[in-house]
Design a protein around this ligand. Structure first.
Ligand SMILES: [Zn+2]
Length: 431
């Protein structure tokens, strides 16, 4: 009984191998293509895909006879979206600081899988996780399971945890002294040697980014986002330790001083950057540091969480500083700082993430600039610009499409109707 089964398995594998070697070609036909790089739609309406890569971009004449073709009609085709700052382990509970105490790592992994699959359906083919709500590494396990082909999901990059000082945004500051032994979801470090150890552990368990909380936070109890938490020495150790392992550092930095210290020390991206000043903008521009302003989360606080006790601090701070934050962000955009799309959403409705595009347009980007901020520029921030974020030959086939023209109305990005990840269709209006 074993032999026939084995031989049929071998034949099946040979078929699969032959299929891959021959290359499976698919054509996508659409109204227009925004390639993620050019300032206007490119002069093409066909993309040819072989296995998981784009091999050719042009017009109908490039389609070899007999090639299966997905005709998207009046759709605009773009690179898959990249969310440079999210936390997909959450379940949308506004009391997220205690969420990790109530739920096991396994439970969070399942929640994460549901969330990231929802995001993929909305066009988010890549996510960078800015640390998440687990003592363990649940989202990195989900990443590995997706990469191994066990589940369909977006590409996941990022940090296991956020690293903060005692009493910082990665600590739980609302317990009494007697409960000081309770396990927190972030990593709490004090001094250069604890920083080194934490970073070595993060890399050991699979982080491909390091996330440090250089200032206090909006969403946590008992700390102030206008303070600086890490010393210069701790910061430099963090960048040195991660840098020697070729792992980039994202610095959560609200206060102007924390932004400048992070840029000087060598952080690759600044998260939030709420209290930017002119000097910080000039430094970021000069060093090519990316800014991830995470506007969607502020909008979400104000739209859905009014009256939430858990988020009262975040709501109050957002209301108080919103105008100032937006004014400086507009300045940063005009100065040519590399501003990219990142939502900071924690397991909320997947369809809410695309609000980041419309928020960036509201504060001064053109629709094309906003699309680049969530595709080619974000890919550059990830260090993956040779494979992701552009519709061009040789790139991985991560593509999305919307009906009509998103350059005429950025809100069209909220209605993604076609998604391809790694050459496989995961959503299509064409049956
Ligand atoms: Zn965040």
């Amino acid at each position: 009984m074993i032999r026939p089964l084995l031989s049929s398995l071998i034949i099946l594998s040979l078929f699969l191998l032959a299929d891959q070697a021959n290359g499976q070609t698919t054509a996508i036909l659409c109204k227009q293509i925004i390639d993620g790089k050019a300032d206007r739609p490119i002069d093409a309406n066909v993309v040819l895909i072989e296995n998981n890569r784009i091999v050719s971009v042009g017009n109908k004449s490039i389609i070899p006879p007999g090639t299966p073709t997905i005709d998207l009609g009046d759709h605009t085709l773009m690179p898959g979206f990249i969310d440079m700052h999210c936390h997909p382990l959450g379940n949308g509970d506004d009391d997220y600081q205690t969420y990790h105490l109530k739920n096991s790592s396994a439970d969070k992994a399942l929640q994460c899988l549901k969330n990231v699959q929802g995001l993929l359906q909305e066009g988010w083919t890549s996510l960078r996780v800015a640390g998440d709500l687990d003592v363990g590494y649940a989202h990195l396990d989900v990443r590995d399971a997706i990469n191994a082909g066990m589940f369909v999901g977006p590409r996941i990059f990022g940090a296991g945890h956020w690293i903060s000082v005692t009493g910082g945004g990665g600590d739980l500051n609302f317990f009494s002294y007697e409960q000081s032994g309770v396990k927190v979801d972030g990593l709490v470090v004090d001094g250069p040697e604890e920083m080194r150890k934490a970073i070595r552990n993060e890399i050991k368990y699979g982080s491909d980014w390091i996330k440090i909380l250089v200032s206090g936070a909006f969403m946590t109890a008992g700390d102030n986002p206008q303070n600086v938490h890490f010393s210069k020495e701790e910061l430099e150790v963090a960048i040195d330790e991660a840098g020697r392992r070729d792992v980039p550092v994202m610095a959560h930095a609200h206060s102007a001083e924390s932004i400048k210290m992070s840029v000087s020390a060598g952080a690759k991206t600044i998260e939030h950057g709420s209290f930017l000043d002119d000097e910080a903008i000039a430094m970021m521009k000069a060093k090519g540091v990316f800014l991830v302003p995470t506007m969607a989360i502020g909008k979400w606080f104000l739209e859905f969480n009014e009256g939430s006790q858990a988020l009262s601090k975040a709501i109050e701070l957002t209301k108080k500083h919103r105008v100032g934050i937006e004014t400086m962000l507009t300045k940063a955009i005009r100065s040519g700082v590399k501003v990219v799309v990142g939502t900071d959403l924690t397991g909320t409705q997947p369809e809410y993430h695309s609000n980041e595009f419309s928020e960036l347009v509201r504060v001064g980007m053109s629709p094309m600039q906003a699309i680049k901020a969530g595709t080619s520029l974000a890919a550059e921030g990830l260090g993956k610009e040779k494979e992701l974020g552009t519709v061009a030959p040789g790139m991985l086939a991560d593509l999305v499409a919307v009906k009509g023209d998103p350059l005429a109305d950025i809100n069209r990005l909220k209605k993604v109707t076609f998604v391809m990840k790694d050459g496989k269709v995961v959503k299509s209006p064409v049956k």
